[in-house]
Design a protein around this ligand. Structure first.
Ligand code: ZN
Length: 167
């Protein structure tokens, strides 16, 4: 396993549409092991492959319910097939430096995906778990949470980022 570099906004790979995974092989397993390690090393709760520079449909999501746990799930080719209820809550992203904002998400979603063996998954996610999955699946479409806030707030963040990157 290895910790990969996390790519940050405005890198172009974060805007790429991720391609579907066809080969459920050893390489995929190694890549997802690295993603899990990278996510926890960065104290994140989710990571999409785009964020380490690989535009493929892979996300890892932390599903721990206790602080000292490191339980996670790997979703290959995930799709949000249904969503209901709207919740506004604070969100941040490992690829968006020094920023968080309130983002509206579905409270409850239905997810279809595949596991590392290529087996079909179909499940319901709610609340925190649903929010993380929606955030990560957005990454696979080249969308960031800052695309889901007002253009005024986004403009302010871009100014702030310029200053951060200068220093
Ligand atoms: Zn993110």
């Amino acid at each position: 396993m290895a910790i990969r570099e996390i790519i940050t906004y405005p890198a172009p790979v974060l805007r790429k549409k991720a391609v579907k995974i066809e080969a459920f092989d050893h390489e995929l397993r190694e890549l997802t092991d690295d993603m899990v390690e990278t996510m926890y090393a960065a104290q994140g709760v989710g990571l999409a492959a785009n964020q380490i520079g690989i535009a493929e449909q892979i996300v890892v999501v932390d599903i721990s319910t206790q602080e000292d746990e490191q339980k996670n799930i790997v979703l290959i080719n995930p799709v949000i097939s249904e969503g209901e209820g709207k919740v506004l809550d604070q969100e941040g992203c490992l690829s968006v430096l020094e920023y968080s904002a309130k983002v509206e998400r579905f409270q409850k979603i239905r997810v279809t995906a595949q596991d590392l063996e290529g087996k079909e998954l179909d499940f319901i996610a709610e609340d925190r778990f649903a929010r993380i999955i929606q955030h990560e699946v957005d990454h696979l479409h080249g969308t960031l949470f800052i695309d889901r806030i007002s253009s005024l707030k986004r403009g302010l963040y871009k100014k702030k980022l310029k200053k951060i990157l200068k220093n």
